[in-house]
Design a protein around this ligand. Structure first.
Ligand SMILES: [Zn+2]
Length: 270
């Protein structure tokens, strides 16, 4: 699998590191510092949760975009393929510790979605997306399968049964071999000279939206340092009137709804 993508650090660290930072600096907190902290509406844990899930959803939509512009044949549901890319990229781009935090937050979000969308047993079996809980267990399995020796707690916390866990290293290997060649292709100059283009269609109305916008801009800048596409793919931060994210093959555009940022804050408070 490709190794030249630069390893990144998350901007906001997880709950544990934020706590240590507080312990380390509390002796020198001045009234001015305290006021600044109190004015900050969202704490680091919430921002971390927004960051993880913004990355997870962006990588999922990226999967749709790559399948489209590179004409990748998909045998099965494209939604599943996009979910698989998202998980594979956590380890591909981030250090283990950060990858674990992202996977943990993304899994939590799917679990809350499943709970909130529970419509009394009337599951939408007709939908192109797998059922929320199926997507959740696949995420757990693929992330666990990337390093079973260090991710046993992750598997246990999210209650992935032994029956599925036994095959997760193999599921993961298949995921990496499926997407690995495609990631190599976009790093190859021969693929094209186009890049991602970021469009800020909506001015953020909340701190969560500002933070999501910042993360997306930063992602696009980062990907553009190595990506080669056959045509321009737009990444737009937009207002949608719904909590969602899309890939539009007509426009060659990934659309991330600003409302998603506020929804993530609601989820985290849950
Ligand atoms: Zn999708």
């Amino acid at each position: 699998m490709t190794t030249s993508m630069a390893v990144r650090r998350r901007a906001v660290r997880g709950a544990l590191s934020a706590m240590f930072a507080l312990i380390a600096t509390c002796w020198i907190t001045t009234p001015a510092d305290a006021a600044k902290r109190d004015n900050k509406a969202l704490d680091d844990e919430t921002l971390g949760y927004i960051e993880s899930n913004t990355l997870a959803i962006f990588y999922h939509e990226l999967g749709h975009a790559l399948i489209d512009v590179l004409n990748i044949p998909i045998y099965g549901q494209e939604e599943d393929a996009a979910d698989v890319l998202s998980v594979v990229l956590f380890d591909e781009i981030y250090e283990k510790e950060d990858s674990d935090l992202i996977a943990y937050d993304a899994a939590l979000s799917m679990l809350i979605d499943a709970e909130w969308n529970d419509d009394g047993g009337e599951a939408p079996f007709w939908d192109v997306h797998g059922l929320d809980l199926q997507r959740f267990y696949t995420l757990i399995c693929l992330h666990y399968g990337g390093s079973p020796e260090t991710r046993e707690n992750f598997r246990v916390d999210f209650e992935l049964p032994d029956e599925r866990a036994a095959g997760c290293a193999d599921e993961r290997a298949l995921a990496e071999s499926s997407w690995g060649g495609i990631l190599d292709e976009i790093e190859n100059e021969a693929t094209g000279s186009a890049k991602f283009k970021f469009v800020r269609e909506h001015e953020p109305g909340t701190e969560a939206q500002s933070y999501m916008l910042e993360i997306l801009q930063d992602e696009v800048t980062h990907w553009n340092t190595f990506v080669h596409l056959p045509e321009i793919v737009t990444v737009s931060f937009v207002l949608c009137d719904e909590v969602n994210a899309f890939y539009d093959p007509e426009l060659k555009a990934i659309l991330i709804c600003a409302e998603y940022a506020d929804y993530l804050v609601e989820q985290y408070r849950e």
